[in-house]
Design a protein around this ligand. Structure first.
Ligand code: AMP
Ligand code: MG
Length: 314
């Protein structure tokens, strides 16, 4: 897949692909993103599969303007101050998810929060307005490689795994966004980036920096466990013991829920967090037994997540 110059026509094509659950790489002012419709679990699962990460970490959700946030998160006064001044721009805000948030749970990697930003790039903004849906978009590179600041970098890294690469030239900032957690009383910088602590503090008062204090929340990518079910989790189970819920995969009998009837790991990844939550019901079950999941492709990340869920209760 060679890059296509970003024009009104190619952006409209990109929007149609995204609505159909496909992946489109697009430029932002920070780096090129690998975009998928954040409301479609399978599109989000395809992003993880394309990047080849061996584990799930939550993704940044991109919006066309700050009014979109009200339908997704529970913003407070700090959000207004920050977004009015620093959006569009390289500042990602972590907020609590609304109960009725329409985004896939995989985008949050099962957390109760979402990370949102409005990119300062005309192509990204036009694409978002054309799709009319928030886009999950981590950097458009395979896991462990350098972030792409040119469309050619995306082609090198993900050329066969993306349905369209919109070329909008070189990224202006070339550095990732600052990630600021405003879910708690004290705002915490989870990841330093292009917007500085001083710029943030001038708007909302003192902020802390996660890396400087081991007691502060960490960026979820670095955590051993994101979301721990309260019930014990038993892995590689061929069926349920009495009292257990059974989370199946593919065929078989006695399932409480099935991650994927057609034994598709992408579909299973899209369902994983929502189904774990649905079965984590102490009034109904004593534990959750999970069928074996093939350790191929995104199945590796599913197994990693399940192993953490099982280990979190020892
Ligand atoms: P990337 O999209 O590759 O630039 O990385 C996303 C960054 O945002 C990572 O550092 C994540 O840990 C962080 N992030 C995304 N969603 C959340 C969230 N819900 N809570 C905290 N941090 C998040
Ligand atoms: Mg990255």
């Amino acid at each position: 897949m060679s890059p296509t110059p970003a024009t009104a026509e190619s952006i409209a094509e990109g929007a149609a692909l995204l609505k159909a659950g496909k992946l489109v790489s697009f430029p932002t002012e920070t780096v090129y993103g690998l975009g998928g419709d954040a409301t479609q679990g399978e599109a989000v699962a395809r992003i993880f599969a394309a990047k080849g990460r061996p584990s799930f970490n939550p993704l940044i959700v991109h919006v066309a303007d700050r009014t979109w946030v009200a339908g997704l998160a529970e913003p407070d006064g700090r959000f207004d101050k920050l977004a009015r001044t620093l959006w569009p721009g390289p500042l990602t805000l972590v907020m609590r998810r609304r109960r009725d948030c329409p985004l896939s749970e995989l985008v949050s990697a099962g957390l109760d929060s979402i990370a949102v930003r409005m990119p300062d790039h005309p192509v990204a903004q036009e694409l978002l307005r054309a799709v009319k849906r928030p886009l999950a978009a981590p950097s458009a590179n395979t896991s462990g490689t350098v972030s792409p600041t040119l469309a050619a970098h995306v082609k090198e890294s993900l050329g066969t795994k993306v349905d369209l690469i919109l070329d909008g030239g070189a990224c202006r900032v070339g550095l990732e966004s600052t990630v600021l957690d405003i879910t708690q009383h004290t705002a915490v910088i989870l990841r330093p980036g292009a917007v500085t602590a001083e710029e943030i503090a001038a708007l909302i008062g003192p902020v802390k920096v996660s890396a400087e204090d081991p007691a502060l929340p960490k960026s979820p990518g670095q955590l051993a466990s994101h979301y721990a079910p309260s019930l014990p989790v038993r892995l590689n189970a061929s069926d349920a013991q009495p009292g257990e819920a059974y989370l199946g995969f593919g065929g078989g009998a006695g399932m409480s829920l099935n991650l994927s009837a057609k034994a598709d790991v992408i579909e299973a990844a899209a369902n994983l967090f929502a189904m774990l939550r649905a079965l984590d019901d102490t009034a109904r079950f004593k534990g959750i037994a999970v069928a074996p999941i093939p350790a191929e492709g995104i199945g590796i990340a599913i197994n990693d997540r399940l192993k953490r869920a099982a280990a979190s209760r020892v």
